[in-house]
Ligand binder design. Structure first.
Ligand code: HGY
Ligand code: MN
Ligand code: MN
Length: 593
């Protein structure tokens, strides 16, 4: 079982031989990567192997893909798989397919080869390295069959590198234990949902409260003092060596969108809990108090308000929200009281800026940038600003058969024009990462044979640059007025959110960047198109974010959201290094924006 240091010391042939089988029938990759030695860490070795493939030509990459066996294919049947592929395919039970599964995979293999010209490649050991279920493999196979050829070739190469990563863990006898724990915890919380199918954890529902209880349990087991505050935040405190120390805060939100992903928010809560557990086991204290906050609400699903938890902590929670009603007519204050919380205690949650050193949030990227660059982690430079509205259109309901097209005041066709207006205004050359979304669109109490008299839709406009976002909002609102006037439609708007872009603190970014480099990774800064609790915490203190690679093309707010235990593990190593090296003396306490 070689170490990285031993691999560095080998001559090129011995190095290539030592990495035999890491890339299926393709020793040229290790031979090429050898010239980049010495590798400071395993992460650096993995990047060098990726770079060797990136530096090859298309024909070499295609031959690499074609060196891989089909899943449950001819080589498997003929017993011609490599030892690694044999063990991997067996770990998912691909050597024990039913007749139907076998026939399905055989047909899919043929279709896939026909469409892409190389075999379907999937790291069947999956995100935790323990093996995917056969049905999940078949579902992924079917889904990826629909990819565009260029996208699928890039995904196949990413799967090759993931297979190599898993094989390197076996060769070097390393296990991403912290990452695996966090992935398991995400699975546990992912099974606590308000509704089936998938994961929905809306503010103050029974599922939301059970989730909070589970998080509190893990915090206590990690050696933290824990309380749930009046807005529902679960707060774990890992005390400093000396009393009275100032506080560094980390954390993220535990609510989700409807049918959301398991890692959005939760990763940023569970990873620091796992790290505190490690510190506690060692009896290691930090020179400051570390607070891990599981914010109760960020997504705005139940009450359309967002950042409830972080607004309370940062100060500036709007008490008028307590009288907001959910779709079932339940006021927020009643939902809180029903969960045993006292809304009157919310203002006291606000932290004293002078006591807070900073806020650092770990979050899955929720986009494709790190995935496409082959990087596990990135440092967020700024978080895009966001404007959200609810629009209610009022026309005239009429008979679908007898109302002539020219005499209609159809609220849905007005909405359709508005949806296309948002797309065209925010589409095209998108300056400052301008994006616009109509995520909700409904004809309340509509009928097939009635011209829609009412239509409701949401607007979500974002940009890295506030002026670009606000100009787009102005244009879109003016466009809505023009469309409604022309169509004789009434319009009503409610502003749900207006939050400016938030720059991250350069010195916290530098701290994260330095920890990345010590881990053998390049510092890579990227913007966040998604909103995060860090935006609200920026009112209280300096903030920074560490992004973790998001698989499946970067998809999020979707059950397909995925990541790996290895990426969670190296995120933990980098965060722990950052926490240990955090120089509170340099932190301008109370430095919120
Ligand atoms: O919508 C957002 O950007 C965040 O995921 N709530
Ligand atoms: Mn989200
Ligand atoms: Mn989130």
């Amino acid at each position: 079982m070689p170490t990285i240091q031993e691999l560095n010391a080998l001559d090129i042939d011995a190095f290539t031989k030592a990495l035999h089988g890491i890339y299926e029938h393709s020793p040229w990759i290790a031979a090429r990567a050898a010239t980049a030695r010495p590798f400071p860490t395993l992460a650096a070795l993995k990047l060098a192997l990726q770079a060797a493939v990136d530096g090859a030509n298309d024909a070499q990459r295609l031959s690499l893909l074609r060196c891989h066996p089909e899943l449950a294919g001819k080589a498997a049947i003929g017993g011609d798989l490599t030892a690694e592929s044999t063990s991997e395919q067996a770990s998912s039970g691909l050597d024990r397919c039913t007749q139907e599964e076998f026939a399905r995979l055989h047909a899919l293999n043929a279709q896939y080869n026909e469409r892409f010209g190389f075999p379907f490649i999937l790291a069947v050991k999956g995100p935790t390295g323990r093996g995917l279920a056969r049905q999940s493999i078949i579902d992924t196979f079917v889904r990826r069959l629909g990819n565009a050829p260029g996208d699928e070739l890039r995904e196949a190469l990413r799967q090759v590198h993931r297979i190599a990563e898993i094989r390197l863990n076996v060769l070097l006898r390393v296990a991403p234990s912290v990452g695996a724990t966090v992935m398991d915890w995400c699975e546990t919380l992912g099974a606590i949902s308000d509704s089936e199918p998938g994961l929905t954890c809306a503010y103050m529902t029974p599922g939301h409260q059970r989730t909070a209880t589970q998080i509190a349990e893990w915090m206590r087991a990690a050696g933290m003092t824990v309380h749930v505050d009046a807005i529902g935040n679960v707060v774990g405190r890992y005390l400093a060596a000396q009393p009275g120390a100032q506080t560094l805060i980390t954390g993220s939100h535990y609510d989700t969108v409807r049918n959301g992903g398991k890692y959005d928010g939760r990763l940023g809560i569970l990873l620091p809990i796992a790290l505190v557990g490690q510190l506690n086991e060692r009896g290691e204290r930090l020179p400051y108090e570390l607070e891990v906050i599981a914010f109760a609400e960020e997504e705005g699903v139940r009450y359309r308000s967002t950042f409830l938890g972080s607004s309370a902590v940062a100060g500036g929670f709007d008490p008028a929200l307590l009288d907001a009603h959910d779709p079932d007519g339940i006021a927020m204050r009643d939902a809180l009281a029903g969960a045993g919380h006292d809304p009157a205690a919310i203002p006291a949650i606000a932290r004293d800026p002078a006591r807070v050193l900073g806020f650092v949030e770990v979050h899955i990227e929720q986009g494709p940038v790190l995935l496409e660059r082959g990087l596990p982690l990135g440092v967020v430079g700024a978080i895009a600003g966001s404007s959200r509205y609810l629009v209610e259109l009022t026309g005239v309901a009429g008979h679908a058969g007898t109302t002539p097209m020219g005499m209609r005041r159809d609220a849905a066709t007005a909405a359709a024009e508005i949806v296309l207006l948002v797309e065209s205004r925010c589409g095209g050359p998108a300056p400052a990462a301008l994006v616009g979304t109509v995520g909700q669109l409904e004809v309340p109490a509509g009928s097939v044979n009635v011209v829609p008299g009412a239509c409701r839709l949401s607007l979500d406009i974002r940009a890295a640059d506030d002026a670009a976002r606000l100009a787009a909002v102005d244009d879109i609102l003016a466009g809505i007025t023009r469309i409604c006037a022309r169509r004789g439609i009434g319009e009503k708007l409610w502003k749900l959110l207006e939050i400016d872009a938030v720059p991250c603190a350069p010195q916290l970014m530098d701290g994260l960047g330095a920890a990345l480099e010590r881990a053998g990774l390049p510092r890579f800064d990227l913007p966040s198109g998604a909103g995060h609790d860090a935006m609200r915490m920026a009112r209280l203190t300096q903030v920074a974010m560490l992004f973790v690679r998001c698989g499946n093309g970067g998809i999020s707010h979707n059950p397909l959201e995925t990541m790996t235990a290895d990426d969670a593990d190296i995120a933990g190593a980098v965060l722990l290094d950052f926490l240990r090296g955090f120089n509170q003396a340099a932190a301008p306490a109370g430095s919120g924006s």
